[in-house]
Design a protein around this ligand. Structure first.
Ligand code: SIN
Ligand code: FE2
Length: 218
């Protein structure tokens, strides 16, 4: 397959105050990341979580790190153990950590120390409705989001749900980092279109790194 970007250097696109897209930043490490996703999922399998309102999410999820994002009847929470296995979530793989750190440095968040990584798997039609990432107690830390596999349309708005949305195609290897002014901006993912990706087949994967505990003041 002719890929005009195969040898291109990553490039940056400003997204909003405090937010940037690092295009293809993860491309050279994608295979290692993909293998590590499978290693995590072998211990904490992908599952469709049920929201407090009783809605089964179309995106399949798992986590790695000291804390993992989960749902229960009362709401959303970060838990040290996987409710499915009753065991701690697998640790964040070294390749995940290294990529996240490099991306955070590139985006101007060199101090970022994630302790949670949510892994999303989108099959055709799966989507993530507009939401804020606000379950983290320390909003000084950014979110680092890595896209692998099939492309998807990412929506990025503002502090209010009805603020105008930017719609951007996120492709294999793209990394989005948002923090500071845009840390609580609404965002979402439009339904995945059918396709086949050479590495990930019929799926899109997304890693979001978070600091889910309250950090020490520097
Ligand atoms: C998220 O908002 O947690 C995931 C975003 C994405 O899949 O690109
Ligand atoms: Fe999110």
């Amino acid at each position: 397959m002719l890929d005009l970007f195969a040898d291109a250097e990553p490039w940056q696109e400003p997204l909003a105050p405090g937010a940037v897209i690092l295009r293809r930043f993860a491309l050279s490490r994608a295979e290692v990341l993909f293998n590590d996703i499978h290693a995590v999922a072998a211990r904490s399998p992908f599952r469709h979580m049920v929201t407090p309102g009783g809605y089964t999410m179309s995106v399949a999820m798992t986590n790695c790190g000291q804390l993992g994002w989960a749902t229960n009847e009362r709401g959303y929470l970060y838990a040290p153990e996987d409710p499915l296995t009753g065991k701690p979530w697998p640790p964040i793989p070294a390749a995940f950590q290294a990529l996240c750190h490099a991306a955070a440095v590139e985006a101007g968040y060199a101090d970022f120390q994630p302790d949670a990584c949510l892994i999303n798997r989108y099959a055709v039609g799966a989507k993530l409705s507009l939401h804020q990432d606000k379950d983290e107690p320390d909003l000084r830390a950014p979110i680092v989001s890595v896209s692998l596999g099939l492309p998807a349309v990412f929506q990025f708005g503002g502090l209010k749900r009805n603020d105008p949305l930017k719609r951007l195609m996120l492709e294999h290897g793209d990394v989005v980092v948002w923090g500071r002014e845009s840390r609580l901006y609404y965002h979402g993912v439009q339904p995945l279109k059918p396709g086949v990706h050479p590495l990930t087949g019929e799926f899109r994967y997304n890693l979001t790194f978070r600091q889910a505990s309250y950090g020490e003041l520097k």
